[in-house]
Design a protein around this ligand. Structure first.
Ligand code: F6R
Length: 615
């Protein structure tokens, strides 16, 4: 996730672009840049780090003059290529006449790069975006719009783009496919932005671009086209929100926004790792991008280490590896692991999971494993983080910045990465067949739409949260995958609502925890493992008999709990090993709504920090 802005009007563009980027810094903050078109042609200034470093560079004059009344800007959340001056946007063509800012991922960039290099283009950055600038230049014949439309035909993936050109200086071109872009219609000026708050200083009249639409911004009007070049008519919308709400995309809190980001984050994490081989056409997983080859599958054991929510993803990883690959697998709490006297084998593979890539305990566990000679795969959300730099292989979760302290979209995208790695291991070791793999891929692809469907019905969870608001104890229980989701659900609830919540492996209930159950307790049973439905049914009856209110989360085609539990929440049917990605969503929503009902700020729970870089 990155932020883009653009301005064409009668004022100096640079300060307007910087103020717009400030409103979008929540979308990414590892580097920033602007390009301005003035009498002297196109000038670009960019800098690694937070926006203030770019401002300092411009003010100190290290950046160029940057005068002119048209320009584009970008604040980056690195995807391809580490945060650096050179990888920052805008990117330009070889001659420096065309500048591009981009939010999204160009999936076929490697192929396009090879093609452009074969045509004599030399690349400066490691980004996927740079291919766009060169492709537009390749097709440029004096008309920027035509060149952009031609270039788009060759792009696969997602993008919101802002483009300017010194040889066609009276307009900005903006296009989108699966990444947000809004056009602000001002008086004698027009703007583009990834999100409304960057526009509000200038206008509340906006056009929302649809997928595969292009906008051409002149100073006094805006034209719209399809990607095929047909003229489109669009209705103006008037924005009523206040600026603070708009920064969260209209959601009341980042936590709720990030819960809603999950369908897209899941697709963004999955899609670049899929490929179709053939003939005959056959879908498979490609982890070449992370350097994963057959030698990794010779592992004797997989150890997955992490902290907090990421450790819950690790537990699910353990179950997934055992189930899909038959490799012995362990999940370890990194803060415990580092002080144990663990036994290493050089054939072990370590998977280290961390949203931030900076958690001190997790890094320490990784370093211990590395010292022992084991090989390390990192799963992280932050490009260029310490974990990413020190691991042997890195698989990024393409979730975009997670701002709320409580982790939501990082968790589900971590699971997506784990499933992809486990399936690839399974394929290499023969526990998954080439014929069987497409079934898993289909199920993984469906998860995004299924998550969307669940979120569309969030009011059901909201109503339930309001009814259960007074419960002083909330326990989650489940078996296998459902136990790991119970741990994550209990953590979410305690973090943001300060409710006393715990998770139990349902089979352990009678060994102690049932002593805590009384009529002030809500027990949420997560039931997605059909071989254990009967056992779960008995456990629900046991807690109900002790006065607990009971809720069940199960599939939409399962009715066996309807008579046992007080209320049943349904998730779409998926493969049982993949169910955690869906079953956790109602629990995330429940935690959020309880916090809001209690008047708490779910984005900033007391005593917690987003990144725990100390022991
Ligand atoms: C819980 C949460 C924490 C983190 C933990 C590890 O919602 O966010 O438990 O999961 O601090 O952080 P990372 O993943 O950055 O290593």
């Amino acid at each position: 996730m990155c932020g883009i802005v653009g301005y064409i009007g009668s004022e100096e563009a640079a300060p307007i672009l910087i103020r717009g980027l400030k409103k979008l810094e929540y979308r990414g903050y590892d580097s920033a840049g602007i390009a301005v078109l003035g009498a002297g042609g196109l000038e670009v200034c960019k800098s690694k780090g937070a926006l203030r470093f770019l401002e300092e560079k411009i003010q100190s004059g290290t950046g160029k003059a940057l005068t002119g009344s048209a320009g584009i800007g970008h604040t980056r959340w690195a995807t391809h290529g580490e945060p650096s001056d050179i990888n920052s946007h805008p990117h330009t063509d070889v001659s420096g006449k065309i500048a591009v800012v981009h939010n999204g991922i160009i999936e076929n960039h490697a192929k396009l790069k090879a093609w452009l290099e074969a045509h004599g283009v030399s690349f400066r950055s490691e980004t996927d975006t740079e291919v766009i600038a060169h492709l537009i230049d390749f097709h440029f014949n004096g008309d920027l719009l035509q060149a952009v439309l031609e270039a788009l035909k060759r792009l696969e993936g997602s993008y919101a783009l802002g483009i300017i050109c010194e040889e066609d200086p009276e307009r900005i071109i903006a296009v989108r496919r699966e990444s947000p872009l809004v056009i602000g219609a001002g008086k004698g000026e027009n703007l583009i932005a990834s999100d409304v708050p960057a526009l509000l200083e200038h206008t509340r009249d906006v056009y929302y671009l649809e997928d595969r639409e292009a906008a051409v911004l002149y100073r006094d009007h805006v034209e719209f086209y399809s990607e095929e070049g047909e003229v489109r008519r669009k209705e103006l919308s008037h924005v009523e929100w206040d600026a603070a709400a708009a920064e969260k995309g209209g959601y009341a809190h980042f936590m709720l926004k990030e819960i809603h980001d999950q369908p897209k984050a899941l697709t963004d994490t999955l899609r670049p790792r899929l490929k179709t081989d053939g003939p005959p056409a056959r879908r498979s997983i490609s982890l070449e991008e992370i350097g994963f080859d057959g030698s990794w599958a010779e592992a004797g054991r997989v150890v997955i280490a992490a902290c907090g929510t990421a450790w819950h993803a690790a537990m699910i990883g353990k179950y997934a590896f055992e189930h899909l690959t038959r490799i012995p697998a362990d999940a370890d709490i990194a803060s415990e692991y580092r002080y144990r006297d663990p036994i290493f084998d050089r054939k072990d593979i370590f998977i280290i999971i961390s949203q931030s890539g900076e958690t001190a305990d997790t890094l320490a566990a990784m370093r211990m494993a590395k010292k022992s000679g084991a090989r390390i795969i990192a799963i992280t959300n932050v490009v260029g983080s310490t974990l990413a730099r020190e691991a042997d292989l890195v698989m990024y979760t393409w979730a975009g910045p997670e701002i709320a302290v409580a982790s939501t979209k990082a968790f589900t995208t971590q699971l997506m990465c784990i499933y992809l790695i486990a399936l690839q291991f399974g394929l290499l070791r023969g526990t998954i067949t080439e014929e069987g793999l497409p079934g898993y891929i289909d199920a993984l692809e469906q998860l995004s739409g299924q998550a969307d469907k669940l979120l569309a019905d969030k009011e059901t969870i909201q109503r339930f949260a309001y009814q259960q608001f007074n419960k002083s104890k909330v326990f989650y229980m489940g078996r296998l995958f459902d136990y790991a989701v119970s741990l994550e659900s209990a953590l979410k609830l305690k973090e943001v609502s300060y409710t006393h919540s715990e998770a139990f492996a349902a089979g352990e209930l009678k060994h102690g925890p049932i002593a805590l159950v009384d009529d002030s307790t809500l027990v949420v049973a997560i039931c997605t493992q059909s071989a254990l439905f009967e056992k779960m049914d008995s456990n629900i009856k046991e807690v109900k008999a002790r006065g607990a209110a009971t809720a069940v989360i199960t599939y939409d085609d399962v009715s066996r709990f309807d008579k046992t539990a007080d209320v049943v929440f349904r998730i779409p049917r998926t493969l049982e090993s993949l169910s955690p990605i869906l079953s956790v969503i109602p629990c995330q929503l429940y935690a959020y709504y309880i916090a809001v009902q209690r008047g708490l700020d779910p984005d900033k729970p007391r005593n917690l920090a987003k990144s725990v870089t100390v022991e």
